[in-house]
Design a binder for this molecule. Structure first.
Ligand SMILES: [Zn+2]
Length: 349
């Protein structure tokens, strides 16, 4: 458990669990048996059916996140309530976990702005994670599982769809008929963005370095997909002058091209910077183009509920592959090789 976050959330990962033990990459995450207990007041014990991993888990395994081991990995989980201390949940209820660490009590949380909470964090990074058999979590962090989803799908969507939903709706204000470009189309959050933008009635375009991922992007809703090298020219040609919104998570390697891909008044919304921590920005393009550069991370509980409603209305995550918990290292290796399209899921029970 790390810092003040854990004290607020009190998350406890129990039973067989994928534990980050040393910063050696995927081999540093091992399956261990952690003790079990009854949930404390206000908590619910969820028997996890499936969890999914994110790049965050990989960075943590490589020692890049300043997390002190041992810590159970993964932000995303879905399962069945095993024991509850609150009236709102009963044993047998099928649930998904809102992957945010927050105190639920500050002015921001009370105003529905969990993302502004001073104790804001990510499950699996700022607390123990969901890659375990039994997860004790604040009752306010669990929500009904969308009925149309398999367990793997239910575990696949929370972090990426929450993040992409806030970026495209609250932050970039995408309207039906607008054009959205999603860069780096293989990543989980980008796949979520393609699906969500399509669901919102936008025209969707994508970029990827690999032909196979460009084809997959088109299969799931993009009308065209471009090679990552110097993509702005192709985007402007295909869209008659540029897109309204660029969905960014790559950072320095693509931000220049992203800013050249939007129409005047366009928005570039970012949730990550996987190609490096600092980027050079063409300032004149920013102000002369009336552009908005929008940062965003994860999302509020209300936005998570909006994602659940959208799932009921037909929005679907994309599962790349499913590994048993015992093969968590192979699952992390798949992310490390950047071969995935969509989410890598751990089947737990
Ligand atoms: Zn708060």
């Amino acid at each position: 458990m790390t810092g003040s976050h854990a004290a607020h959330l009190g998350v406890l990962s129990q039973g067989r669990a994928a534990v980050y033990e040393e910063p050696s990459g995927p081999t540093g995450v091992r399956v261990r048996e952690w003790p079990r207990s009854e949930p404390a007041a206000g908590k619910v014990a969820v028997a996890i059916r499936a969890a999914s991993i994110n790049h965050l888990d990989l960075w943590m395994a490589h020692g890049a996140q300043r997390v002190t081991p041992p810590q159970v990995i993964a932000a995303d989980g879905a399962g069945v309530v095993e024991a509850s201390t609150v009236d709102t949940w009963s044993p047998g209820d099928e649930v998904v976990i809102y992957p945010v660490v927050c105190d639920w009590e500050c002015d921001s949380c009370r105003a529905g702005q969990n993302v502004m909470c001073p104790h804001f964090g990510v499950i699996g990074e700022h607390s123990d994670g969901t890659a375990c058999e039994l997860f004790h979590i604040d009752a306010r962090n669990i929500f009904r599982k969308p009925k149309g989803l398999s367990w793997a799908e239910a575990a696949a969507f929370p972090l990426t769809f929450l993040t992409a939903w806030r970026m495209l709706t609250t932050r970039a204000r995408v309207q039906p008929g607008q054009k959205v470009l999603v860069v780096g189309a293989g990543a989980g959050v980008a796949v979520a963005a393609i699906r969500i933008a399509k669901h919102l009635g936008a025209r969707v375009f994508a970029t990827s370095r690999t032909e196979a991922k460009r084809e997959r992007a088109i299969e799931i809703g993009a009308e065209a997909a471009f090679d990552s090298a110097n993509f702005s020219k192709a985007v402007r040609e295909a869209t008659g002058g540029g897109v309204d919104v660029v969905f960014e998570h790559v950072g320095p390697a693509t931000i220049g091209e992203s800013m050249r891909s939007v129409v005047p008044g366009g928005r570039i919304v970012l949730c990550g910077s996987t190609s490096g921590p600092k980027a050079e920005i063409a300032m004149a393009r920013l102000f002369w183009g009336q552009l908005d550069l929008l940062g965003s991370t994860m999302g509020n509980a209300g936005e998570f509920e909006a994602v659940l409603d959208a799932m009921d209305a037909g929005l679907k995550p994309v599962v790349d592959s499913t590994y048993p918990l015992s093969e968590v290292q192979a699952a992390l290796e798949r992310l490390d090789a950047a071969e995935q399209f969509g989410k890598v899921v751990l089947s737990i029970s």
